[in-house]
Design a protein around this ligand. Structure first.
Ligand SMILES: [Zn+2]
Ligand SMILES: [Zn+2]
Length: 265
């Protein structure tokens, strides 16, 4: 909470500074007009304001003020860096609190998965595929037995169903799965990262993933072009209407899909 408040303050100062910078050319224009009106640019015997004073204040506005703005931006950038370092270190501190103790709570949670390829496979949003009962592997370092504290490896899950459901609304082509995590686990505020994972349940949407209106009834595979022209199959659950015309080999009932993924429920 403290970190969050500090972040808001730095962000607010930055907004203020940017507003002030936008205002600066207007002020310079106003000062030039002012100087002109008071005769700074002509030879008057008896000007209202001494010419030197006007010229000096112009130098200040043109030279000193932008320098001050630059200094303020540098200081703010440094504050932002420090802050993000602090957030990262606090996050790891909370993760590192009990990393080598067996977690005191059962690591049960929810997460998002795509169903890809043939035969159908569970695939995380980061692109790593896994079976319904699997050990995590590290894609960065083959010396790692996940989860490793300063790496990102391991199986992740949200503790909270509502949070996973919110993520699902941002990734409508994914499915929600109910999982238990085992082995060495790191406990975060929002969830877990652990060594192994068992998928308990495939939670299906009520409505068709294509028309979003009719009841979801059958899995169909359609293909999508992935990165670098690689062709990959993605499974969706659709209504009878939206699955019309899909070849028999590209269709699967819900029971068949659960059997193919080796998920009990
Ligand atoms: Zn790793
Ligand atoms: Zn439909």
């Amino acid at each position: 909470m403290r970190v969050f408040t500090a972040h808001v303050n730095v962000a607010r100062q930055k907004r203020r500074l940017i507003k002030a910078v936008r205002f600066y050319p207007l002020l310079v224009g106003a000062i030039l007009a002012f100087a002109y009106l008071f005769g700074a640019f002509e030879e008057r015997v008896d000007p209202l304001i001494a010419r030197d004073t006007l010229i000096t204040s112009l130098y200040i506005w043109v030279g000193v003020v932008p320098t001050l703005f630059i200094i303020a931006f540098v200081l703010l950038a440094r504050a932002t860096d420090k802050e993000s370092q602090k957030i990262t270190s606090e996050r790891f501190k909370s993760a590192a609190a009990n990393p080598f103790l067996l977690p005191s709570e059962k690591m049960h949670g929810y997460k998002l998965a795509l169903i890809t390829n043939r035969p159908p496979t569970l695939t995380g949003l980061t692109g790593d595929s896994y079976s319904s009962d699997d050990q995590a592997v590290c894609s960065e370092d083959d010396q790692h037995v996940p989860p490793v504290l300063d790496c990102e490896c391991g199986f992740y899950a949200y503790k909270d169903y509502e949070e996973a459901k919110f993520e699902l609304s941002l990734n409508p082509s994914a499915f929600l799965i109910d999982v238990d995590l085992f082995g060495l686990g790191l406990v975060y505020k929002r969830g877990y990262r652990a060594e192994s994972q068992v998928v308990n349940q495939l939670l299906l949407p009520k409505r068709c993933m294509r028309c979003h209106l009719m009841p979801a009834q059958i899995f169909v595979a359609d293909y999508q072009i992935g990165f670098g022209d690689s062709l990959w199959w993605r499974w969706q659950i659709r209504c009878t209407f939206c699955s019309r015309g899909v070849k028999e080999k590209n269709r699967m009932s819900i029971a068949e899909m659960k059997k193919a993924l080796a998920i009990a429920q």
